[in-house]
Design a protein around this ligand. Structure first.
Ligand code: ZN
Length: 287
């Protein structure tokens, strides 16, 4: 599942590539993936690309906005070659699959937006993702966006402590709860807890303010590192082609079962919390 750094990376790239471009046309391959009337976006210009937590928003003239939620398997690809073959400067973002490096559209393509400078493909293998289109106001009032908590970058340590520190749930579930703090997914939650030396099952309300402050700083640290490295692309064939991000080379614990802790050399252990794989060092992160 793409997380905040992966979405931020594609936002930054699309910002450079399609702001000022006019939507010349579109093809909807999967009507159930697209909600709202796309026709009124035709001939409108892109004015900006925004991100709210893990939702990417493309703003157009006439106060129109398209929102993308990637969920488990969504991806956006901007391809400049008209026949969909892979150009050198293809922009890829979201869930890494072979479609990153294959001719498009593929069987997973749900909608294509055609701009003068290329086509933007929204692909989604499992169809949990969505594209919602409407006025900028309609989109910003979507219940889903209204419920999102603030991102770690937008709050102070005191606010983080008051939002997180009262919950009687394992700290890992609390920081991944998008209504408490937006934008932290499984990869970065694992790594932030390792950095803060906190056992992932510790109840949030059992942590001291000092521990919560450390966790707040480390959460921002790992997200910033993720953005710096272009997000994570934990998929071998994609990296062979040189596309996608490289945060996977900097994982602290994520996916490292049996490998030595980078701090104390104890073997990293895997357990499940809320159905998600959780990786930690049993020596550095004690309950
Ligand atoms: Zn350790």
């Amino acid at each position: 599942m793409p997380e905040l750094p992966e979405i931020e990376t594609v936002r930054l790239q699309l910002q450079k590539a399609i702001v000022g471009e006019t939507l010349e046309g579109y093809v909807i391959y999967s009507p159930r993936s697209v909600h709202g009337e796309l026709e009124k976006f035709k001939d409108q210009k892109v004015t900006g690309i925004r991100r709210l937590a893990k939702v990417l928003l493309i703003d157009f003239t006439n106060d129109l906005t398209i929102a993308f939620h990637f969920k488990m398997t969504g991806q956006l690809i901007l391809e400049k070659n008209e026949d969909g073959t892979v150009s050198k400067d293809r922009i890829v973002g979201g869930h890494p699959t072979e479609d990153f490096v294959r001719k498009l559209p593929s069987i997973h393509t749900r909608v294509v937006f055609k701009f003068g400078k290329g086509s933007l493909y929204f692909n989604d293998q499992r169809l949990f993702g969505w594209v919602k289109v409407g006025t900028t106001q309609e989109i910003s009032q979507m219940a889903f966006l209204q419920k999102l908590g603030p991102e770690p970058f937008d709050i102070t340590s005191e606010e983080f402590i008051s939002r997180v520190g009262k919950k009687k749930k394992p700290i890992k579930l609390v920081i991944m709860d998008q209504e408490v703090i937006a934008g932290v997914g499984n990869i970065y939650a694992n790594d932030a807890l390792w950095e803060a030396m906190i056992y992932p099952k510790t109840l949030a309300n059992h942590l001291s303010n000092e521990q919560l402050d450390t966790l707040f700083q480390k959460t921002k640290l790992v997200l910033q590192e993720g953005i710096k490295h272009g997000g994570a692309t934990s998929s071998d064939y994609v990296n062979l082609e040189g596309v996608g991000g490289h945060y996977q080379d900097h994982f602290r614990t994520y996916g490292k079962t049996g490998q030595p802790c980078k701090r104390c050399k104890t073997k990293i252990v895997k357990m499940e919390i809320g159905g998600r794989g959780t990786f930690y060092c049993p020596q550095c992160q004690v309950g």
